[in-house]
Design a protein around this ligand. Structure first.
Ligand SMILES: [Zn+2]
Length: 301
């Protein structure tokens, strides 16, 4: 099987809820190829599936939302974490899937410490997306990478924004070929974000660009400390930046962080990129900037 191309998304004929006796069966069916590793994927391609089977004390399973702890740093004897987890290998593959909006097949095992575990064996629970990732100190006291996986609901799909592969070459009269569509980061807007964008006249606080579209100026309201579990950032003006889509992506994915004196830093290189632009009437809470820096503190080599 090793020569096969990695397959992302649903597998034809595979029903959500299907139960498999063993990791070997899961592998043979193409649901999750590795028979030992919890993450299937490599950094340059992304991750296509994970198996949740109770390895990590830091995982949180809420059904439609999973806070998943990346692999690595484990003592093979005690199974306890003994070192910081780097953003490499499977962890980096999951981060890649987040950036590219790739779907992840999720399998739960019967040994999982969760109300959503199957009664026996391993159950295929459908497709999830990696909504965000960040570093934090786990219960063992070491740095761990965590991934917020959200079930991709086919009944209420998010707007598709990316088409992979070549544009279809349809023959006249032929039915349109099916395309693989993935969903990238959702951009949520709130009334508060709207207000911040107006204060900045839709000008990016990092690069100063104001995008003009047929529908008027376009910018995105970016929450510094993310909304929702487990970060629970507030939807307040002192936690929102007005950014262009490029700089919003860099902020959310940890490419840039902001110091207390509002210097924009290239996170991985540790180089200052400039000062954040401010306007009268919009101040930021340094505690939220510090929280955001903490999310990507493990990015540096
Ligand atoms: Zn910008």
């Amino acid at each position: 099987m090793s020569g096969d191309r990695r397959h992302f998304g649903a597998i034809p004929g595979l029903i959500v809820g299907a139960i498999f006796d063993s990791r070997r069966q899961l592998s043979a069916a193409g649901v999750h190829r590795p028979t030992m590793a919890g993450i299937s994927g490599v950094p340059h391609e992304g991750a296509d599936s994970i198996v949740l089977s109770g390895g990590y004390e830091d995982d949180e399973d809420l059904g439609d939302v999973i806070i998943y702890t990346g692999h690595g740093g484990n003592d093979p004897e005690s199974k306890r974490q003994v070192a910081d987890l780097p953003l490499t290998r499977g962890n980096l593959a999951l981060a890649r899937s987040c950036a590219e909006g790739l779907p992840i097949r999720v399998v739960r095992g019967a040994r999982l410490d969760s109300p959503y575990r199957p009664p026996v064996g391993y159950r295929y629970d459908g497709l999830y997306r990696v909504e965000s990732y960040w570093a934090e100190t786990g219960r063992s006291g070491h740095l761990v990478w965590r991934f917020r996986l959200v079930r991709d609901d086919p009944v209420a799909p998010a707007p598709p924004t990316l088409t992979t592969g070549q544009p279809p070459q349809a023959e006249p009269g032929a039915p349109a070929p099916r395309q693989e569509v993935t969903t990238q980061r959702l951009v949520r807007s709130t009334r508060v974000a709207q207000r911040v964008k107006e204060l900045h006249d839709h000008r990016c606080q990092v690069c100063g660009v104001r995008l003009e579209t047929a529908a008027g100026p376009y910018a995105e309201g970016a929450h510094v400390r993310p909304l929702g579990r487990p970060h629970d950032g507030p939807d307040r003006e002192d936690n929102v930046l007005c950014l262009c889509p490029n700089h919003h992506a860099l902020l959310d994915l940890g490419g840039i962080t902001i110091t207390d004196d509002l210097t924009i830093m290239d996170t991985a290189a540790g180089i200052p990129l400039g000062q954040l632009r401010l306007v009268p009437g919009h101040r930021l809470d340094p505690a939220h900037l510090a929280y955001h820096r903490g999310l990507f503190s493990g990015t540096k080599a």
